[in-house]
Structure formats: C-alpha cells, structure tokens
Design a binder for this molecule. Structure first.
Ligand code: CA
Ligand code: CA
Ligand code: CA
Length: 302
C-alpha cells in the first residue's frame, strides 16, 4: 500500500531538522538521529525507535546538528530571551550558550573536521572555534544565509541577495575570495555540495519558470537543469553520484532520488518517515552525517 508522506519543508523555515549519525561505521545499530519536533530537540535510533526529548523546555530549541565525533550537539535556542547558538552533550546534559543573543543568531553547522562552527547572525555568516572562541565575521552585508561547508572543509557556499538578485556564492572558509557563481536574474539558492569531491554544487532555481534542481561546477561553469516538473524540486543531499531531492510533482512533497545526470528519478519516501530526509542543506553539509543519511536512503530505495 503506497503511503505518501506529507511534510513541511521547501523554504528556509524548517519545522524539523534532522541529522543522522553513526557512532562508527562498524556499528550501524548505534546510529542516532537528532531532530527537532515542536519546541524541543529529540534523538531516536535510526529505525525511529527509542525517541527521547533532550531539551523538554518551554523555550524554543531548533537547528540541531551532531559534531562529527558524536560528542556534542550544536543547536539554536531562545532559552535566555533571544536566539543564540548553544552546545549540549548527546544526552542533553551540560547545555551551554556560546554566542551572544540576538533575533537572528543561529543555524550552526560544523566544519567537516569538527574544529569550527559556522553560524548565521543577522543574515551574515560567521565562523568560530567549536567552543565559541575566536568569532570571525565572514560576510558583512546582512543578505547572506543557507550556508554550507564543502566536504573538504576548504570553502563555504551560501545564498546572497545583497545586490537584489538571489545568487549562490562560494567563499574560502576564512571569508576570502567571495564570488557569485550563478549570476542569473532568476532566483538561485540553497547550495548543496557534491560529496565527497567538493567539485560541484546542486542548487534550486526558477530560471526556466518552474522550480527545479540544477547543478554546476564550483566555478559556476556547466550549469545544468536536472529536473522538469510542476511545483518545486529542491536538492538536499548529493553523495557518490546520487542526488536526493524533494519534489511536488505528485501533488504533495515527496522525497526522490536521481543520478547526478538527472536520470532514474524515483521516489524513496514510500513507507518511510520523511523526517529522515528533511531537506536541510546546512545540516547535512557538515562532516560525516551525509554518508549515514545516504546509507539509509539506499537501504530504503533498494
Ligand atoms: Ca523547548
Ligand atoms: Ca540569480
Ligand atoms: Ca519542478
């Protein structure tokens, strides 16, 4: 019996953020998924069992992301009156705020080596040591969001609309060499790196009228549309030649997979909790979690 899963996604407002982590590759049964539900952060086993609320506070916690070494969860919280970036232990213990408090401070992501965090503050992108020290502002025009570390850790892609056009940019991880790589009057956003080679970026564009998945080289060359369907198609993961994306082609938001030449587009969400595949590029871009997520996708799609 086909069981389609409706879920809320497809914008920069995510009601649920999911990351999957294997403690180590030899023990996949220890995989834990961290996700947001309501105003709290939860973890569960990879099969959806053993769900536990890690925060359970009246405050809002969101944007949870595992550190690559599984020892820490970074997240956003307004527990002290405004949003800030916090860390906590995997069991929810030892919560500690590591940034200032502001209306638009949050969306942490780990560098692939786990040594740094990138965050968004008032629509600019900052990086800092993993304990919050040495905070460095990388962009400075209050028009930047949807950041994503490259899998090799050398670059950060992001969306910027500072000049009135929504574009995908790439910069060095220290903020140098910022360049517009889409440069098209249409809306281009939501960069998603190819893993593990860091040589290509998938993105979302309406340049041909409908909202479709495109890919390009990291210098912006070879921009190519991969989908063509009614409604939105939105890339979320790119791993080993396969792109995971959400699509509205069947009337509701579903999760699909395709080869990175656009061939063999098919549903993988059937009978599967869509929370496993929440389209959150900032979550999946950082270090290690991508592999595990794809392991589950492949399992479900075989
Ligand atoms: Ca809460
Ligand atoms: Ca554009
Ligand atoms: Ca479409």
């Amino acid at each position: 019996m086909k069981k389609k899963l409706a879920y809320i996604a497809l914008s920069c407002v995510l009601l649920l953020s999911v990351a999957v982590l294997f403690i180590n590759a030899e023990a996949p049964e220890e995989a834990k998924i961290v996700f947001r539900s309501g105003l709290d952060i939860w973890v569960m086993d990879a099969d959806g069992s053993n769900q536990r609320n890690l925060t359970n506070t009246p405050a809002m916690e969101l944007h949870p992301v595992w550190s690559p070494d599984a020892t820490t969860i970074a997240f956003s919280s307004d527990a002290e009156g405004g949003l800030a970036v916090w860390l906590m232990d995997p069991d929810g213990g030892n919560p500690r705020r590591i940034t200032d408090i502001g209306a638009e401070v949050g969306r942490p992501s780990w560098s692939p080596d786990g040594q740094m965090l990138a965050i968004e503050r008032s629509q600019d992108i900052w990086v800092m040591d993993a304990d919050g020290d040495n905070q460095l502002q990388l962009t400075d025009n209050q028009s930047n969001y949807q950041h994503a570390w490259s899998p090799d850790g050398k670059s950060i892609a992001f969306t910027s609309d500072w000049d009135g056009q929504s574009e995908v940019y790439v910069m060095d991880a220290d903020g140098n060499n910022q360049r517009n790589i889409t440069n098209n009057p249409a809306t281009d956003r939501h960069p998603c790196w190819s893993f593990p080679d860091s040589q290509s970026i998938a993105f979302w564009s309406d340049r041909e009228g409908q909202l479709e998945v495109f890919i390009m080289d990291i210098d912006g060359n070879n921009q190519l549309r991969l989908t063509q369907s009614p409604g939105e198609d939105f890339p979320t993961h790119w791993y080993d030649g396969k792109i995971l994306f959400t699509t509205e082609r069947d009337g509701i938001a579903e999760v699909y997979i395709m080869n990175d030449d656009g061939s063999d587009q098919r549903s993988v969400a059937e009978g599967t909790d869509a929370r496993l595949f929440d389209p959150a590029p900032a979550v999946v871009s950082a270090a290690g979690k991508l592999r595990t997520t794809w392991g589950l996708i492949k399992q479900k799609s075989e």
